[in-house]
Design a protein around this ligand. Structure first.
Ligand SMILES: Nc1ncnc2c1ncn2[C@@H]1O[C@H](COP(=O)(O)OP(=O)(O)O)[C@@H](O)[C@H]1O
Ligand SMILES: Cc1cn([C@H]2C[C@H](O)[C@@H](COP(=O)(O)O)O2)c(=O)[nH]c1=O
Length: 767
């Protein structure tokens, strides 16, 4: 094993005769055995010397809980001649992943191989030029945003000379899979990857698990549970933040065993749920049987805690001494049971009079965060009988007493609405519970529900598996980039059709967001192409609304890089209205998602509305990016619409159905045939002229107009029926008649419904 003193001596050597380009090597943490000194196998870093700082280890080096060596399974032909390798080290934080990576890299270097380490530049805990373990060991590295840039940044020659690449904080690299696969299989490198397999909620983190099928070996390390000292498999976040990525160390995270048995989470040291090992658990290790005695010990500890807590609470109500109560609780030294203290304090106070209730409130705010962390407080409240009612009473009283003002109450509820989807992961009925809390609070008059964002019954955006969304984002990006090169809308349409098998609404919204995000810093040509694509794809308006909402939500970050972001976004929104991708009322719908006149969202929508109100707005907005970006140069959607209008007019005034169908086909935009359907229907209804109905009939029976396009065409007309009704008062009645007729002859299927006098968006179901 590499000792610390050995490492120190290795690292104190500098100046390398190795032929890699020095300046790049220095920047990119490349180091190798110096050729002259290879006889004594001392690696020389192509970098200024770095020191290592160590403090005594808290625990001895651990053996991994599992270590799979897969190499023998691999067929010789599956790798290139240079035969790379992929080794993966996973585990919770503090498990020794970085330590192990450093050791392996050191050992590779000692064996004369040229090595480099990459870490994610998101890890800003330490200097970007080093990977550092929790106990202070360091090695030089390069910090990058993505792995794909590594070869270019290092320089192709230097890259080619590398034998081994270490990757730390692998969970933050989206392109981990592609990079490892290419570097090992194609470039013959040995890749050693260290990263978290799970996040603080034990969900798969980033792409780390995706590379397991590529791996020659997988090592899962464990840390020591900070609560009970058992082996820790997971990382617990100690703060309230809920985003997946949150950089931090021991201040924010701690390793835990998960208690309640290895298959459970969130029940840390619950008295009802002692930690008993399951011999059927694949991680079961008979040597841990002795740990059962620790479960028994824990139960005894908890009993003792409960008894002492009861006394402390009673004493507090008797002497009203916050400081000594806080000290006594701290001296118990069992913070993991503090939730029980909260539960005991509040439930006792609830049975007493107002003075004790007030005292409980005072004590809780004194202990909150200092002695009892927020999760324990939350847990304590949830363990109260009728916790919901009590909490609501408490809030109501606080609101009525003016302790919490109206805007703080609304803000608090607003924040709950924002996090309800995350809460639902742990509490499946969180949404319903929150709705009932809101309506109760509103009916009691201490919450102004109208000031809150709407909380729909079902999540507005059904939560996709992160990995599905991530994969789709990458695919969407390449579909869009391809489109910018080819201008082939049909290709985009068919790629999306093959992707959108499930969760299409959310994927559509992601696509919209990605499309506009990608063109923000591109030229007008691409912006025009994006608008044309958006209008040609004819996604359901709700998906476009969600896409724009997500886009604008993320605009705060974008705005930092692009000062004209508000103008550009407003123009895209306005253009979507002019292209009939969105109806004007959708702008109001998007606006409700953004509070405060100074938010980027409000500004974007305000500006979009002003653009739309301006004189000759339609014409101007249509030409905002210069026009002419569609699949056929010069054929913007507006042009195609005009052509369709003309050919329908010609047909109406005595034309031949076959000839009209031929012209429609010649347009070469089959994904846009819904426009033919919509326009033909308008004429049928306006002029009570069935000739255009026969054209649709011909189009459908010849396969020119698909059921999908029919449905879209009918759906679009259903959405804009109010406008048609201005000229044709019985438009709705006629429309219903034609919908029935179309259903009977099989143009539409039964999922297409239209309810009288409703908002088309909800009434017309588009496939
Ligand atoms: N609860 C803990 N369990 C294990 N190691 C810990 C713990 N707290 C701190 N450490 C220290 O963290 C070191 C591992 O650090 P490091 O290799 O950076 O881990 P990782 O990269 O997995 O987060 C251990 O050697 C030990 O000194
Ligand atoms: C669990 C978890 C961790 N992170 C962050 C916190 C740290 O910055 C790194 C892990 O570092 P380590 O040295 O490998 O221990 O990841 C996160 O962003 N989200 C999480 O859920």
């Amino acid at each position: 094993m590499l000792t610390i003193s050995r490492m120190k001596s290795l690292m104190s050597l500098s100046a390398s005769p190795f032929s890699l380009h020095r300046s790049k090597a220095i920047r990119f943490g490349v180091f190798s055995l110096a050729s002259e000194s290879s006889s004594n196998l001392i690696p020389t870093f192509l970098q200024s010397p770095i020191s290592i700082h160590t403090k005594p280890r808290l625990i001895p080096p651990k053996s991994p809980i599992f270590s799979i060596h897969n190499r023998s399974l691999q067929s010789e032909s599956s790798r290139s001649s240079s035969d790379g390798e992929i080794h993966v080290i996973v585990g919770p934080m503090f498990a020794g992943k970085t330590t192990t990576l450093i050791r392996r890299i050191q050992s590779e270097s000692e064996n004369g191989r040229s090595v480099a380490i990459i870490k994610s530049n998101k890890d800003t805990r330490y200097r970007l030029d080093s990977i550092v373990t929790h106990d202070g060991m360091k090695l030089p590295c390069s910090a990058l945003a993505n792995l794909s840039s590594f070869r270019q940044k290092l320089g192709p020659d230097a890259y080619d000379k590398l034998d081994v690449i270490g990757i730390d904080e692998a969970q933050f690299f989206d392109d981990l899979y592609d990079f490892c696969r290419k570097a090992a299989d194609h470039d013959g490198k040995t890749i050693i990857v260290a990263g978290l397999d799970g996040d603080y909620l034990r969900r798969s983190f980033g792409s780390v698990l995706h590379i397991i099928p590529l791996a020659d070996s997988v090592t899962k390390l464990t840390a020591r549970c900070e609560i009970c000292g058992n082996r820790a498999f997971f990382t617990l976040r100690k703060t309230e933040e809920i985003q997946t990525e949150l950089i931090g160390g021991a201040d924010v995270y701690m390793p835990v065993c998960g208690s309640g048995g290895k298959g459970t989470w969130g029940g840390l040291m619950d008295s009802d749920d002692c930690s008993i090992l399951d011999p059927n658990d694949p991680n079961y290790d008979s040597s841990e049987d002795c740990e059962n005695s620790s479960a028994i010990r824990k139960t005894a500890d908890f009993d003792e805690f409960r008894k002492k807590t009861t006394i402390i609470v009673e004493e507090y109500f008797a002497n009203d001494d916050v400081v000594s109560t806080a000290n006594e609780l701290r001296e118990l030294g069992m913070p993991v049971y503090n939730y029980y203290f909260v539960k005991k304090l509040v439930s006792t106070a609830m049975d007493r009079n107002d003075k004790e209730k007030e005292m409980a409130g005072v004590l809780l705010s004194a202990l909150y965060a200092n002695i009892i962390d927020s999760q324990q407080v939350y847990r304590g409240f949830t363990k109260l009988p009728q916790a919901e009612g009590l909490l609501l009473d408490l809030l109501k009283e606080a609101a009525e007493e003016g302790l919490i003002n109206t805007s703080q109450i609304s803000k608090g509820f607003g924040r709950m609405i924002d996090m309800v989807d995350d809460l639902s992961l742990d509490i499946p009925n969180a949404r319903a519970m929150l709705r009932s809390l809101i309506s109760k609070a509103a009916s009691e008059g201490w919450l102004c529900a109208s000031s809150l964002k709407s909380l729909s019954v079902a999540p507005v955006k059904p939560s996709l598996e992160d990995s599905v969304a991530k994969i789709f984002k990458l695919k969407a990006q390449s579909i869009i980039q391809e489109y910018f090169l080819t201008g082939d809308i049909l290709e985009v349409s068919s790629c999306l059709e093959s992707e959108n098998t499930t969760c299409s609404a959310e994927l559509n919204a992601i696509f919209v967001k990605r499309l506009i995000t990608l063109v923000m810093d591109r030229k007008n040509r691409e912006k025009e192409m994006a608008s044309v694509l958006l209008s040609s794809l004819c996604f359901p308006a709700d998906d476009i609304v969600n896409g724009f909402t997500m886009l604008i939500e993320s605009a705060d970050d974008t705005a930092l890089d692009n000062p004209v972001v508000v103008e550009d976004l407003a123009m895209f929104v306005a253009r979507a209205v002019v292209d009939e991708v969105l109806a004007p009322q959708h702008l109001e719908e998007i606006a409700t998602q953004f509070s405060g006149p100074d938010s980027i969202g409000s500004k974007v929508l305000q500006m979009a509305k002003s653009l739309l109100k301006a004189r000759l707005s339609g014409e101007r907005i249509l030409r905002c990016w210069g026009g002419g970006g569609s699949s056929k140069p010069g054929w913007a959607v507006e042009d195609v619409k005009e052509k369709i209008e003309k050919l329908l007019e010609e047909y109406e005034s005595g034309g031949d159905a076959r000839e009209a169908c031929r012209c429609i086909k010649e347009l070469g935009m089959p994904f846009f045939h819904h426009e033919v359907v919509k326009k033909a229907l308008v004429t049928v209804i306006e002029k009570k002229n069935d000739k255009l109905w026969s054209l649709l009939d011909k189009g459908f029976s010849s396969g020119l107009i698909t059921m999908y396009q029919m449905t879209k065409g009918f759906g679009r007309l259903g959405d804009s029926l109010d406008d048609l009704a201005l000229d044709v008062p019985d438009a709705e009645k006629q429309f219903i008649h034609y919908v029935d007729k179309a259903r009977t002859i099989g143009w539409l299927d039964n999922s297409f419904t239209f309810n009288k006098s409703g908002d088309g968006k909800e009434n017309v179901i588009c496939l």
